[in-house]
Design a protein around this ligand. Structure first.
Ligand code: UD1
Length: 354
């Protein structure tokens, strides 16, 4: 059986790692990189550090407006799918690469499986929300990371196609956490364990309006501990354009970290401040308190269990939220047990292998 994975953006490389490993010896695995992310630190380091096989195809689509970027991928992927003739196309998460791959496959009658199905923010301003909803409804098999995801799929009439496999990011995170602890990876320069926060900001709703971005940076700059700001290229470009200083007060801007360094930095921090989906969950799994600069989250379990607090319109609440006491301990495992990749491959073989 031939399974073709399509990835393109940073979080998808992380999800691909355990899947590629679980696939070995069970199915032929073709990997396609759309080229949505292309910088060394946004792409190559993930393949290297997580020992992911080189992609068989790279479309080198690059950055662009949503329609142009998604359209270029769609055209490129159609050719690749015709050439590789997979039994099923596996798509990951909620980026423009996910949607393009799902649409390209269904148009030429190749079955689609969606990993990380059923997540909803119910915020239609987010490009990721359209990407998720459209991909779920185009897919033949929905592989969900959580019971909450399964419930959303059932409400939308998709229960028959849905399987609860757990979250493959849990698989990677546990493996990398143990590895970096055993290797005593050093912390980023100048930081001491438990005495700093890690921060990422990259959502268009937070970066694109200069007044909003300026207010977020001002609030971060006044926090009571150093803030390691891992700056996505979009954040750097927009801050520079609008004259916003990413090194003000408590803030120190640094390039994005490779995955093991990121896990090490978060695990040893006093808290995470982010608008990333993946990092909210990773902070929870590492039991590091998280504050999310968004009005809502797809990872509602992190909030319900007390490890994530949302701050959005009133940024004067940010310091109180970030500096709150450590939440009550929990041994809940809403995102699986670290064996989601194996379950995913089993589900794919069962659905499309015969
Ligand atoms: C994309 C995903 C988002 C995901 C994020 C992870 C969509 C709609 N969004 O957002 O869901 O959370 O990836 O990081 O698919 N850029 C570079 N180098 C790169 C990549 C991007 O400089 O390697 C810059 C470009 O200026 C580009 C901008 O970042 O225009 C945004 O990149 P893009 O891939 O469009 O979206 P992300 O914000 O990264």
């Amino acid at each position: 059986m031939r399974i073709l994975s399509v990835v393109g953006a940073r979080p998808q490389f992380v999800k691909l790692a355990p899947i590629a490993k679980a696939m070995e010896g069970h199915a032929e695995h073709v990997i396609v990189h759309t080229g949505q992310h292309y910088d060394e630190l946004m792409s190559d380091v993930f393949f290297r550090d997580l020992a992911i096989p080189e992609p068989d195809y790279n479309l080198a689509v690059g950055s662009g407006k949503h329609g142009a970027q998604t359209g270029a991928m769609l055209a490129g992927l159609e050719k690749v799918f015709e050439d590789a003739a997979p039994d099923v196309v596996l798509v990951y998460g909620d980026t423009n690469s996910t949607l393009a791959a799902a649409v390209a496959a269904v148009k030429i009658h190749i079955p689609v499986a969606h990993l990380e199905a059923g997540l909803r923010s119910f915020n239609r301003r987010m490009p990721e929300e359209h990407n998720r909803v459209l991909t779920d409804h185009a897919s033949d098999l929905l592989l969900s990371p959580s019971q909450v995801g399964m419930d959303h799929l059932a409400v939308e009439g998709l229960a028959d196609k849905s399987v609860l496999v757990g979250d493959v990011m849990t698989d990677v995170l546990y493996a990398v956490r143990d590895k970096v602890a055993a290797e005593h990876l050093p912390l980023p320069e100048g930081l001491n364990a438990g005495e700093y926060y890690v921060c990422t900001i990259h959502r268009p709703d937070n970066t694109d309006d200069p007044a909003r971005l300026g207010a977020i940076v001002d609030a971060l700059a006044t926090l009571d501990k150093p803030v390691l700001l891992l700056a996505h290229p979009r954040l750097r470009a927009l801050a520079e354009k609008h004259g916003i200083d990413l090194n003000a007060g408590s803030l120190t801007a640094s390039a994005p970290l490779a995955y093991p360094e990121l896990v090490n930095a978060v695990a040893n921090s006093a808290g995470m401040v982010t608008d990333s989906g993946g990092l909210q969950k990773e902070a929870f799994l590492l039991r590091v308190p998280c504050t999310t600069i968004r009005a809502e989250t797809e990872w509602v379990e992190t909030v319900e269990l007390g490890w994530n607090v949302l701050v959005n319109s009133d940024l004067s609440e940010l310091a109180t939220a970030v500096q709150r006491p450590t939440p009550a301990p929990t041994d809940a495992t809403p995102y699986g047990d670290g064996h989601a990749a194996q379950r995913t491959v089993d589900a794919l073989l069962e659905a499309f292998g015969g």
